[in-house]
Ligand binder design. Structure first.
Ligand SMILES: Nc1ncnc2c1ncn2[C@@H]1O[C@H](COP(=O)(O)OP(=O)(O)OP(=O)(O)O)[C@@H](O)[C@H]1O
Ligand SMILES: [Mg+2]
Length: 242
């Protein structure tokens, strides 16, 4: 059975889309097919892997139209994001719309992993992604707004779980863009220990290869097979697979 994972944090610029692209790259280099569902009107993960934001993709799927994922690189497919995600039809959808559309088109069955890249500022689009997912990754950086964004999305997930509503059964924090030479990153670890003592936590370090791969619009493992962040991606994927 495929893993469906949502990557979200209400704070912008914490590395959600970079993590989504790099995890897809991890699965693809292991010979596993990854589908990125780009729920962000900015379309960054689509663009960062060479796709065209605004092409037919997530919005059309949500509207119940026939749509085929585009192959951006070997074994990396996407349902592109773009401004259409903000359309009136999409904003009126039930929270289960993405989950039901993925099932109806048997997309879960066709891919080994489905990765939903959530936007920073739309609770509606965020909820569509969470309800469709069995696991969630919440990237967080050393910034108070990022901590409160992470806390809010973790609370929402926990609330849904307690109420036995559809949504992630497992979630983990990802300390993103980590540079342990920075005092702020060290103290972030302590804050996360105190605030979220029982939430699993991973690291996704600051690595220039990640930024370059995205700007060259190539999967990380093809761009730099020796990138330092690669073993960390393997750890995150092992948790998702477990
Ligand atoms: N691990 C990393 N190492 C180096 N640079 C990174 C890393 N992760 C992200 N970046 C860079 O940080 C910037 C923000 O990352 P990204 O777009 O993934 O954040 P985001 O949370 O998806 O933002 P938004 O909220 O706008 O969707 C990008 O320029 C990206 O290349
Ligand atoms: Mg993003």
């Amino acid at each position: 059975m495929s893993v469906i994972v949502a990557i979200g944090c209400r704070k912008g610029g914490v590395g959600k889309s970079a993590l989504a692209a790099c995890l897809a790259s991890h699965y693809a280099q292991a010979g596993r097919r990854a589908l990125l569902v780009d729920l962000d009107p900015q379309g960054n993960v689509t663009f960062g892997l060479g796709g065209e934001p605004g092409a037919r993709g997530a919005a059309e799927l949500l509207r119940g139209e026939e749509v085929e994922p585009v192959e951006l690189a070997p074994s990396i497919f996407a349902l592109p994001g773009g401004p259409e995600r903000n359309s009136v039809e999409v904003s009126g959808l039930e929270p289960e719309a993405l989950r039901d559309a993925l099932k109806a088109r048997r997309l879960g069955a066709r891919f080994d992993v489905v990765i939903c890249d959530l936007p920073p500022y739309s609770e509606h689009l965020e909820r569509l992604g969470l309800v469709a997912s069995g696991a969630a990754l919440v990237p967080v950086v050393a910034h108070p707004f990022a901590l409160s964004g992470a806390a809010r999305i973790l609370e929402l997930i926990e609330h849904r779980r307690r109420a036995r509503r559809a949504g992630p059964k497992r979630c983990a924090l990802v300390q993103s863009m980590v540079d342990l030479r920075r005092g702020l990153d060290k103290s972030l670890s302590e804050s996360l220990d105190a605030l979220f003592p029982s939430t699993p936590r991973f690291s996704f370090r600051q690595d220039t290869s990640v930024a370059y791969a995205l700007s060259e619009q190539r999967p990380l493992h093809a761009f730099d097979p020796r990138a330092k962040v690669i073993p960390e991606l393997a750890e995150i994927a092992a948790w998702l697979d477990g």
